[in-house]
Design a protein around this ligand. Sequence first.
Ligand code: ADP
Length: 670
Amino acid sequence: MSGEDRPPADQVEHARLQKALRESLILRELADILNSSFDLEHILQELVKRTTELCEVTRCAVWLLEETWNRFRPVTYYVASPSLREEMLKTADAIWYHSPLPPDNPVIQQLLSAGGMLYLEDLRTEPTVATFAETFQVHSVLLIALIREGRPVGMMSLDEPGQPYTFSQDQQQLARAIAQQATIAIDNARLYQQAQAQKRRAEQLIERARAIYQVAMTVNSGEELPAVLRLATSHLVRGLGAEDGRAMLLEPGETTLRPIHPADYQASVDSSSLTFSLERLPHFRHAIATGKPILITSNQAKAEEIEWFRLFNLKNILLVPLLGSTPEQEANWDLPGESKDISEEGGTLPAVYCPGLIAIHYTRRREPTRGEYAFAQDIAAQCALAIEKARLLADTRRIADVAIERANMLDEFLAVTAHEFRNPLTVILARSQSALRALRRANRAEHAETSYAQVEEHLELIAAQSKQLNNIVTTFLDAARLNQGQFTLKTEIVDLGQIARQVVANQASLADHHTLRCQLNEVQAPYLVHGDQARLAQIIANLVENAIKYSPLGGPVTVMLHKRQKGDQAETIEVRVSDKGVGIPPEAQARLFERFYRVPNVASGEIRGVGLGLYIVAHLVRLHGGEIRVESSGLPGEGSCFIFTLPALALSAENKQPGAGAAHHTDQIT
Ligand code: ADP
């Protein structure tokens, strides 16, 4: 070959420069492509494909060093020859992605110590990667480390599958330059992704803080408990990426959970059975006992929980006890992935009272992160606060109601007393002054006889009014003693029939417009009971007095006695006191035996009374082991009938007296 044939030196130089220029253009273009995206997967796919083109090799693959630094993970490869690619895909594709290399692998170590590029003539001779080389038909290989600021990010490999191959200087240089560009793009994409993840985390934190704030605000605004728990549940479901949730309450000292939103359940369960016993829900019991959230799958469900899962078609639930926890408690939780075996007992209930829990439902099993647990706890603490507030409020309301009722009662008492005392007192005052005047006249011997007669008349009226006052005071004292439980009966065996007769006889002497009757069944007599003679008389007398009082137009007043026996129950004596008076409207009957209650109708408004008589009567009947009720249509003229029953004294056969002739005996007194 002559010297003429050789290209002149400047021509060589020119070609070299042109090539360098071309390469730098190619690299710039590649850099543009790689840097145009932050999508790591896309970058790597472009990288392996372009590298095979630019370096004119059949295969290029990339491994990345995982952020935890413990392995080089195969991420992408490209095979330029379509036929080969298909074959590769068939045999090795799946396992390739699962063939990571440890960073201390000798080949990788060799690569890093060789300055980041290593040419191996036959990879199959390297013992630690021989199987790998065999499986993926790697023969000669060019390895290039991806190094950013002195630390490895990953590695790239170029080869001709199944063949020995020698990489030219140019190929090696180009590959190294490509790797440099790729490292920058990969690192940028990773940084970008990290920043994105951080941003997402920050957004999540803000969203959680906002949710907690919103629930706290709702608690403070005094919103009703169901609304607060509804909001809290929906935040929990959203914040924990779950499907739905249910809140349940646990009353102090109770062992049954009661749903707070029963309407949510009605489609699947009948609302009367909507309480769940903790005895039969061991995981629920455990969550409440430990005060920390617990995740259970339908497989882990025990006892009644299985039924619970089935009923609501649940897959996995996170039980969040509604209890504030301290940071130390949270630090001690063995999270995540906790799936302890819970015994059927599920732990004893804690000294710290947990007022309820929220069950969060996931269709896919998903262990919440520590952050999510903390979020759940914060929401739970707010819920616990809301429940406590609601209970305090309810207590306060109850106390206020009692206080108001007492105050009303006192008002009523004062009104009644003032009214009832004033009338007799006015009479007494006026009459005593008149009596005094008449007495002075008599003393001055002016019409002495008439004056004395007047004095007597005045004094009689004064005595009658004083007696009435005395009755009222006795009534008040009786009511007060009954109310304070300081009432004792002097019991003995007494004949209720005789008592009734006596009372009717006494009352008849006072009644002008009424016909009083006492009807006894002589065959059934005597009507023996264990009781306090005076108090039994008081009961009947009061009922008869009322019968007279509340039938102002007169008419019959009847007292009837019967013995009754129902099935094999003990025998009772029934006393009925009936009249044909103003009657008692049905709506007033329920309150009739309350203190100070007077039926708000015209008739009773015109008739004087303090509304304590029936209260005392009912108390006395109950003290005797009996019952009292009223029957009335409420229509004036149809009257009322008060019926009380007492247990009859059981008599032995020989004590029974024979029937005294007349089957039915009536005392009629007008
Ligand atoms: P009072 O002192 O007002 O009579 P009671 O306790 O004896 O108090 O009775 C309560 C109310 O029940 C009365 O105010 C009256 O309205 C009603 N009542 C009681 N007995 C009768 C009756 N026989 N007929 C109609 N109303 C009655």
